[in-house]
Structures are given as C-alpha cells and as structure tokens.
Design a protein around this ligand. Structure first.
Ligand code: 6PG
Length: 249
C-alpha cells in the first residue's frame, strides 16, 4: 500500500481570499476532469462564503454547470426545508441561483424512514454514479471533496469516539447520536468514501478555529486527522485561524 502523502497547508490572509482560493481550486479540478466532474460539498458556516462566490461572476459564468455533479459529505436528518439541512443551505447559497441541472444535484435523502435507511439509499446512489461497488484508487469517485473541522475535531459527521470512524466497508452511515450541536441525527460519508477523491480540501476560517487547528497540527488522534485522500490533501486556512505550526507553507 502506498504511503499517505503529507498534507499541504496553505495560509491565506482572510476569509475572502480563502473563498477565492477554494473557488479557483474547484475550477481547476473541474477543468481537469475529462467529462463529468463530481464535487462533494460540506455543511457548516465556513463554506458559505465560497458557495455565494460560485453564484457570482466570474465563477457563475466560468463553471461548466452542465457537467458538474454535486454531492453532500454529510447532512442532518431533518426534512429538506429545515433550517439545519446542509443541502438546503447549499441550495440557498448557490445551487438555486446557477444553471445547475436538477439531475446533477444529489442530496442525501433525509426524508427516508431512518438515518440508516437514508445512508443505504445514498450509498446506492453513489455506487450507481461511480459504476461499481468497489472504489479503486486509480479512478476516484470525486474530483474534489470539501471538508470542515469542528471545535472537537469532527469532520463531516464523523465525531470523536464514534464507531463510524473505523468503518471500512460502508460508504455512507447513519449517526444516531451526534454528541455535538445541533443535536440531531446525521448521515455521513465514511472516510473510505471521502478518501476517493483527486483532492480533499479542508476550509478553516476565523480565530475560533485556532485551538482545534493547534491540536490537529500537533498530530492528535482527532477525526479530522484520520481523513485521507487518494489524491491531494490540502488544508486551506486563513490567518485568523492559523496557529504557529511546523508544516505551514
Ligand atoms: C456539518 C458539517 C461539519 C462542519 C464542521 C465545521 O454538517 O455541520 O459538515 O462537519 O464542517 O462542524 O463547521 P463550521 O464551518 O460551521 O465551523
């Protein structure tokens, strides 16, 4: 098995440049995809700046919307119209304001009978899109996976001490007890599925993230530190969030 590539840490001056840098990387990944491109979005507040930017010029005009497919790395088990719904947030922030074909938007079915049922349905959808039940490192599922980090080190809906952290077979699982605000059940892609990408891009912004970033960069066993990528693994951090750390570029 190939050794994991080290993460790259990119520090940018502020939230605006973080969103712009992420948008440029997203455009590049989509341009590099021969045909259709697949992007896995993240929830939380940090990516919203990026999402709004994608709905504004020049990005709205430059993105080849017809060949980009949008997935979610995790969602809250709430009805689609709910204020806590991650896909709803992505729709309001950009997907409702751009010419993305409806068939290219792949929400987690949070109206299923249970988080586990929703997870199984989404896993089937991912497998159908990928065209196989087995992920191969030479042909990643995603071109870009966006990620965030919570104050306890969680990423997607993979929380500290959760059995889901060690899941190797399933691509998507239901999480009944998030143990973190908002206290609703979740559905999350597993590290195995998230790793199947040409680039995993963490977005971290604001002074409030400095303590958890210090813990991440010190190598503590936190969910965010268990994230792997078959391609690049990049942490895009703004100056307010950046602690002093050895691997900052
Ligand atoms: C979610 C997320 C979660 C998020 C982190 C960071 O559903 O909330 O996918 O993993 O990325 O909690 O969130 P913030 O950007 O709001 O700090």
């Amino acid at each position: 098995m190939a050794a994991d590539k080290p993460r790259e840490v990119l520090i940018v001056p502020d939230e605006q440049s973080l969103a712009e840098t992420a948008a440029e990387r997203l455009l590049t990944r989509i341009a590099q995809a021969n045909d259709r491109a697949a992007v896995c979005l993240t929830g939380g507040s940090t990516p919203q700046h990026l999402y709004r930017l994608l709905a504004s010029e020049p990005y709205r005009c430059e993105l080849p919307w017809g060949r980009v497919h949008w997935f979610m790395g995790d969602d809250r088990f709430v009805p689609p119209g709910h204020v806590l719904h991650n896909t709803g947030m992505a729709r309001r922030s950009f997907l409702d304001h751009v010419p993305a074909p409806a068939a290219n938007i792949h929400p987690i079915p949070t109206d299923a009978s249970s988080p586990d049922a929703a997870a199984r349905l989404y896993e089937a959808e991912l497998k159908a899109f990928y065209g196989s039940d087995r992920l191969g490192a030479a042909r990643p599922l995603f071109d870009l996976v966006l990620m965030g980090v919570g104050d306890d080190g969680h990423t997607a809906s993979l929380f500290p001490h959760s059995a889901a952290l060690d899941e190797k077979e399933r691509w998507v699982v239901g999480i009944d007890n998030a143990g973190h605000e908002p206290f609703v059940s979740r559905i999350t892609l597993t590290f195995a599925a998230l790793a199947s990408t040409r680039e995993m891009l963490f977005l971290v912004s604001g002074h409030g993230k400095r303590d958890i970033l210090r813990r991440v960069f010190s190598g503590e066993d936190l969910p965010a530190n268990r994230a792997r990528s078959d391609g690049e693994l990049v942490w895009l951090v703004d100056r307010a969030a950046a602690p002093e750390h050895p691997d900052a570029g």
